[in-house]
Design a protein around this ligand. Sequence first.
Ligand code: NAG
Ligand code: NAG
Length: 414
Amino acid sequence: MAKPQQILHLLLGLLILIGAAPSISDAATSSPYKKSKSQSKAEASSRGGSSAVFPLSGDVYPSGMYYVTMNIGNPAKPYYLDVDTGSDLTWLQCDAPCVSCSKVPHPLYRPTKQKLVPCSDPICSALRQCETLQCDYEVQYADQGSSLGVLVSDAFNLRLANSSTVRPTLAFGCGYDQQLLNPNAPALTDGVLGLGGGKVSIMSQLKDQGVTRNVVGHCLGRNGGGFLFFGDDLVPYSKVSWAPMSRTHKYYSPGPASLYFGGKSLGIKQMDVVFDSGSSYTYFTSQPYQALVSAVKSDIGNTPLKEASDPSLPLCWKGQKPFKSISDAKKYFKSVVLSFVNGKKPNLEIPPENYLVVTKYGNACLGILNGSEVGLKDFSIIGDITLQDLMVVYDNENGQIGWIKTACNRLPKS
Ligand SMILES: *[C@@H]1O[C@H](CO)[C@@H](O)[C@H](O)[C@H]1NC(C)=O
Ligand SMILES: *[C@@H]1O[C@H](CO)[C@@H](O)[C@H](O)[C@H]1NC(C)=O
């Protein structure tokens, strides 16, 4: 069966080939974790930070990604960037000149010599050891894609919630040699927006420059679109379900969870999960995948649905008539629940519409995939499909990850 690109779109950055990889434990010790508390707008602005909100484009199916328009440079030019909480480095396909670039939506970014980040810059040492003058980088992703290039810094135009525009200079990768899954297919984005917790992440840079606090969140719309935000002004702290961020993890992880289907335990405890907005689908490691698939299949046995093969995804069902939308199909399926064991033991409820895809062939397919097939052994990935219509907050200030059900199709007023 042909594998469409989005199945493997799993942009979890496996930093970094050249030089030493930064470990999350370094990041954790350098950013002091504070006790969580409700924060009013007044408190937030008195700390000198602010927030910025960006509309998102894209969807889970068929585009397989959510992306934001960033205006970079002087004069500022727009670029589409794939929103990725699974990696730290932001990069653009780049004319430096380019050795291997795909066809991108906008003209390639062109750096000047003055924009090069010197190797002696602390942000470069976070990425690699200093051997040459310029700061070369290489990132590899779990989907086997990679980008090789040089670190540059340039102005990012950010419109803050209080209507001011700021233009902080941020370091990012100018990628002149990309290995992509489908090198000949035009790319949907000009690059990747790395929102991980490490030092090279633009979130850490914005925090260091006093622009926003190191809090980032997204709301991925079920019918596409949604919004992304930097800073904590919009976060309804007291209503959000919070789990402490695992400090041993390189990625954003709310710690271990137990797995339930239709209200019954599947016997899976201590399931290690990470949240990754750069992955279109959710991937479970072998055991939980096996347990879930058995439970769903046995449950579907009591309905009129039949298993069907579909080129879009590995496990699909058809009804008596082709499904037109998720709402036709969801009544045949039960909810999955991840129950986290740390903190106040929050649940992540995953209703059928957050794990099913209705394809153009009218089948309902499981959007939770077999992680072993893409080489995941130690942890499962919660991807875009499961994060739809939730506001998800990665609070690096307080060391916690939170979520709350929200319709993401409206940009919040702030
Ligand atoms: C908006 O917030 C930024 C950062 O806190 C501050 O520098 C700027 O003066 C504020 N602008 C207005 C119009 O209040
Ligand atoms: C998941 O993938 C692995 C590796 O390809 C395979 O051995 C295993 O049988 C698969 N699990 C299921 C339930 O299909």
